[in-house]
Write a new protein. Sequence first.
Length: 329
Amino acid sequence: MSERGGAGQNGRNAGGVASVGGIGEFGLIGRITARLPVGPTTLLGPGDDAAVVAAPDGRVAASTDVLVDGRHFRRDWCSARDVGHRAAAANLADIAAMGATPTALLVALCMPADLETSWAEELADGLAAEAATVGASVVGGDMSSSPTLTIAVTALGDLGGRPPVVRSGARPGDVLALAGRTGYAAAGLTVLTRGFRTPRLLVEAYRRPQVPYPAGPQAARLGATSMIDVSDGLLADLGHVAAASGVAIDVRRDAFEVPRQMADAAQALGVDPYTWLLAGGEDHALAATFPPAVALPADWRPVGLVTAGAGVTVDGAPYEGPRGWDHFR
């Protein structure tokens, strides 16, 4: 085989490893689709011009996200499986934040021709494994050559007969509650950027988020007035809720416990751990507001209050530190 497109002789890259350019587009599609189990809502999976997914509710919640190599992940920090888990989680969490149950993923993969075939296959394994945690499956997608490895994922979900829980429904007097954890992934990222690989708890939180998917539909059933996926930082994302709802939100600092590993890492790195807890993203916790009469289950812990006004405060005062991630700053 010629070296056109970055694949060397015998379908291998410059390192002698089998590459996607070597086996070609349809060879790679065949290898990947063979690794993707079909979920219960998939009526027609990969292989045709489009998949067919059951939508018992008659409405479909949909969200999309993109991960770019060197921007959203680094291959020397994360395995291909890790990246698959991260890519799926970023989208599945958005579906859960609408109060819906995820049903399917569509994945577009743009990659250099000399990318190892095994890397692409293991990415598919990670995507499928994360989707399987909520009973969803990867039902199709697209692929193309690109100098920059890019993964675009679209998630679909079923609302189960309930109205979607949107950002604009919070009202003064509502209780702000959180499901899942914040700060762990951000602490792991800081550790990695400083050249370390421990504490393992924090590094693994960055590599594979632990998303409280069931808490989204649960919050909808409980009558949550608003909800959001905490992907860019709690204070930043609550800012979207406050702006959409026309309210103010106050967060209690004492509602957040600093785990020992995070406290140790913060001391060693000279970081205020509350910067991670309040402004760190990518753990994909769910933040929701509930009427004060709602008895919150154990999955949800109160962390603040909705009041009249505008903006987000901490303990009643403006927060002076970073508030979260902005892709263009």
